[in-house]
Design a protein around this ligand. Structure first.
Ligand code: SF4
Length: 375
């Protein structure tokens, strides 16, 4: 088909600029490939040669790559021993994201910007079945939002819908779908809403407006969260990265208050807070690609994980203000820090993950809907 044909009107704005789809020959006849082809009838479609090299595209071009993935689909989150990690397991479904947040860590993780989708879903299912069916008494908290946004490509691929349908067979598994866009098309494939946690990342309105491009608005995300609650789901929220900018105090006050215009604390399974941190090489990438991102010139030190992070007193000051406002609205054991030390937990919450029975166990219990009286 000619590249001059316009994209279908129903494609969301963040997918309208896709210019090409390339496919590994072994996955070209999969249901997923057929779906993408049907939903992108206007773009060039190239089947790669067996063992052929993948051509290089410019940073500005949006190209989808339907790949036969040969690595491990089920992974541990790449946390570090130096800080408290939430310990969730990643279901690896692809790499990169069509949205454009200035702070996005994927810019440093991956050399190219191709929107890679692991199209050999049967291999994924085989690996997951081997893990979950062999351990029916073990519970798993999974997520797909580590190396991509869980829902940004959903209108093309239907991947999350396929996954919730497949995972519905395993009552010992809870899946978090983390996003900054709205797509609820997966919802009707869910067998048990207690085993799927739709999740949205939120930020101060000024950070959203200046640093998160192509994403849904904060109001749209909260409306979607409320819609999920109406359908029997609990949701997760994430404040990550929390950024220091002039006026951050009122900005974060505002987004905290907004949350409770749409949700009650009981609707929220858990909520993370994470201060902006980055590998040193990400700083120069942000500087080059996002000149409006002045927050990279704040007061950083190199942490125990070799990432740049804000000085601890500055992090604690921000956390204290945000946590205290969340607590006023009734949030308590739902709150946790992403990658912080016991010292910071103690200074802000007055307790450490140990008093919750360990962060991983605590979040696992919360994801399965169990209340705790640890505090
Ligand atoms: S939505 Fe997430 S994955 Fe996508 S660009 Fe923003 S930070 Fe990166």
């Amino acid at each position: 088909m000619s590249a001059a044909i316009s994209p279908p009107a129903q494609l969301p704005s963040w997918l309208q600029t896709i210019s090409e789809v390339v496919v590994d020959p072994s996955v070209r006849t999969t249901p997923l490939a057929a779906r993408v082809r049907e939903r992108l009838p206007h773009v060039r479609w190239t089947v790669l040669d067996e063992d052929g090299a993948v051509p290089a595209w410019g940073q500005e071009e949006q190209v989808v790559y339907l790949k036969h993935y040969k690595g491990r689909f089920l992974r541990f989150c790449p946390g570090t021993k130096a800080y408290r990690c939430c310990g969730y397991r990643i279901v690896h479904i692809g790499e990169n994201c069509p949205l454009s947040c200035s702070y996005c860590i994927l810019q440093a993780y991956f050399q190219d910007r191709m929107l890679k989708v692991w199209a050999n879903q049967e291999d994924l299912y085989t690996e997951l079945d081997r893990a979950f069916a062999a351990n029916p008494d073990k519970r798993y908290r999974l997520g797909t939002g580590e190396f991509t946004d869980s829902l940004a490509l959903e209108p093309l691929t239907g991947y999350s819908r396929d996954l919730v349908d497949f995972l519905g067979r395993y009552p010992n598994v809870c899946l978090e779908l983390k996003s900054k866009v709205i797509d609820l098309s997966w919802m009707t494939a869910v067998r048990d809403p207690r085993r799927v946690l739709p999740a949205w990342s939120l930020n101060a309105p000024a950070i959203h407006e200046e640093q998160e491009h192509r994403t849904s608005t904060l109001t749209e995300r909260l409306e979607a969260a409320r819609e999920c609650v109406r359908h029997g789901f609990r949701v997760c929220l994430h404040f990550d990265p929390i950024i220091r900018y002039p006026g951050w105090e009122t900005g974060y006050d505002r987004i905290v208050d907004m949350i409770f215009e749409y949700l009650r604390p009981a609707d929220i399974a858990y909520m993370s807070l994470g201060s902006f941190r980055c590998m040193p090489e990400l700083k120069s990438i942000i500087d080059r690609r996002h000149p409006q991102a002045r927050y990279i010139y704040d007061e950083f030190i190199t942490g125990a994980d070799d990432k740049l992070r804000l000085l601890r007193p500055l992090r604690v000051e921000q956390f204290r203000r945000i946590v205290s406002r969340l607590q006023k609205w009734g949030m308590r054991e739902q709150l946790y820090f992403c990658m912080e030390s016991d010292t910071v937990w103690q200074q802000v919450f007055g307790y450490t993950p140990r008093q919750l029975g360990g962060l991983q166990n605590h979040l696992l219990r919360r994801s399965f809907g169990e209340e705790s009286d640890a505090l």
